[in-house]
Design a protein around this ligand. Structure first.
Ligand code: NAD
Length: 479
């Protein structure tokens, strides 16, 4: 019988009769492993363990927190090739992307190892004579962490590292589709010197494990990344019991290309932003808003560039774009490609299933032209390698189209004009703005997050992470 990758509950590895078979989307004959699906009772035990461990960890010294996080970072970075390979094998992004994401996870743990040593409060004079006022940050207590499948090591890292850094106990639920990287992080954390119960891994279904986390009165805060539909549900459940929550959800990110853009830069930004990581990024540029004067040259250069893209097994050298993550996502992508055509957009490249040496979910990246911003393909998140070109008559119209969306995560512009770049940075209705850079691809030491339907609550990453993972106390003393 295959070895089962178990859950980590109160410091013990606990197997389950129910498992997820983790399949390689580049080759569905390749089973990566069987991963335990926690039951509601397992989650209750993990919450009890976290509750018992939380007060001790809240009192831990900056040195203890630093040392644990540093150890995790060191091991992730030392094993980057192996972990990056696991990531590519289970999620389908290329090996270079998988290793890159793993390095990022290691860097995030290193960043928060440093932050643990810099925890500070504020002390100021009171408006009343003889009184001291001090403001300190305290942990939230128990934090539930619920993550999606598309960044299976980086997103867990950017939630787990600050949660532990600021003194919280953790319940971590990775996406059921890609439990391998989540399990690997938990395995590494189990050797980091953290007291038992401070960190717990509960893998499995959203409807069982996620729900048990949301409903528990002992979970003080929930940080969630995933779809809008699940995000709304998380919000409602948390509001009902007054738990703190933070949501990072979908995107429909625009990339504006102006007449004065460097064509080569614009095409590289668009190809990278729209299709790399198989378009399965919340920051992917799915709307390419192109002004009249460059429109035809841009479309010609883009379709030419797309001919050179190699879509194949994620682990093969030379692959630019790996498979779609699973059959369900593949069907969704293909449905939207049909919808785009029915809506009157013109499919000028890709969109068809590709056969490779192994059975996998290979899809040729699809480019539509003659799209309007009112079409469903321009308004709904597809989450695959599908992008549409929307024509605009000038900068003002392009900006208006870019902002005409329910989402607001990342917004990009390609231009050589300082005037337009500056105006766009000020007026784009998005949490992140990119000038002559792809809409996807961000630093790990600065805030990440969006506006409108893309995000809710404080920003993630960098020092801004403290807003979510701590609560502020103001103390007055009569001196
Ligand atoms: P999803 O919403 O289906 O699942 C996300 C997580 O929620 C999974 O762990 C899932 O098991 C869990 N879940 C499902 N039902 C639940 C329930 N009832 N209670 C509690 N938890 C539950 O999303 P997905 O398909 O894994 O990920 C893709 C989505 O994630 C896309 O919409 C994408 O844009 C978004 N995403 C956003 C960001 C960002 O930072 N804005 C980053 C990456 C991905």
């Amino acid at each position: 019988m295959a070895k089962q990758f178990a859950n980590l509950i109160g410091g013990d590895w606990i197997e389950s009769p129910d498992v997820t078979r983790n399949l390689n989307p580049s080759n569905t004959n390749d089973v990566i492993g069987e991963y335990a699906r926690a039951s509601a009772a397992d989650v209750a035990r993990a919450i009890a363990a976290a509750k018992a461990a939380a007060p001790g960890w809240a009192r831990s010294t900056p040195q203890e927190r630093h040392d644990a996080l540093r150890k995790v970072s060191d091991e992730i970075l030392a094993r980057k090739d192996e972990l990056g390979r696991l990531l590519s094998r289970e999620e389908g992004k290329t090996l270079a992307e998988g290793i890159g994401e793993t390095i990022r996870a290691g860097q995030i743990f290193a960043f928060f190892a440093g932050e643990a040593l810099r925890l500070a409060g504020e002390k100021i004079a009171s408006v009343r004579p003889g009184v001291d006022v001090e403001m300190t940050r305290e942990p939230m207590g128990i934090v539930g962490i619920i993550t999606p499948w598309n960044f299976p090591i980086a997103i867990p890292a950017w939630k787990i590292a600050p949660a532990l850094c600021y003194g919280n106990a953790v319940l971590f639920k990775p996406a059921d589709l890609v439990p391998g990287c989540g399990w690997a992080i938990a395995d590494i954390i189990s050797r980091s010197g953290l007291p038992k119960g401070v960190f717990n891994l509960v893998m499995g279904r959203g409807s069982v494990v996620g729900e048990a986390i949301l409903q528990s009165p002992d979970v003080n805060a929930v940080t969630f990344t995933g779809s809008v539909a699940t995000g709304r549900h998380v919000a409602a459940a948390c509001v009902a019991r007054m738990a703190k929550f933070q949501l990072e959800m979908g995107g429909k990110n625009p990339m504006v290309v102006l007449d004065d853009a460097d064509l080569k830069v614009a095409v590289e930004c668009a190809v990278n932003g729209a299709f790399f990581s198989t378009g399965q990024r919340c920051t992917a540029s799915s709307r390419l808003i192109v002004t009249d004067g460059i429109h035809d040259r841009f479309v010609a250069a883009m379709t030419e560039r797309m001919k050179g893209l190699v879509i194949d097994d994620a682990l093969k050298a030379g692959t630019h774009i790996g498979p779609v993550v699973d059959q369900g996502q593949f069907d969704q992508d293909v449905d939207y490609i049909k919808i785009g055509t029915q809506e009157g957009a013109r499919l000028v490249a890709g969109g068809q299933r590709l056969n490779r040496d192994t059975p996998g979910f290979y899809l040729a990246p699809a480019l539509f032209t003659e799209a309007t911003n009112a079409m469903r393909i321009s308004r709904e998140e597809i989450f695959g390698p599908v992008a549409s070109v929307i024509r605009a008559k000038d900068y003002d119209e392009a900006l208006a189209l870019a902002n005409d969306t329910n989402f607001g995560l990342s917004s990009g512009i390609c231009t050589t004009s300082l005037k337009y770049a500056t105006h766009f940075k000020r007026n784009a209705e998005a949490g992140m703005v990119m000038v002559n850079l792809p809409t996807a691809g961000v630093d790990y030491h600065v805030p990440f997050g969006g506006r409108k339907g893309s995000s809710y609550g404080p920003r993630e990453q960098g020092r801004y992470a403290a807003e979510f993972f701590t609560q502020v106390k103001t103390a007055y003393t009569l001196a």
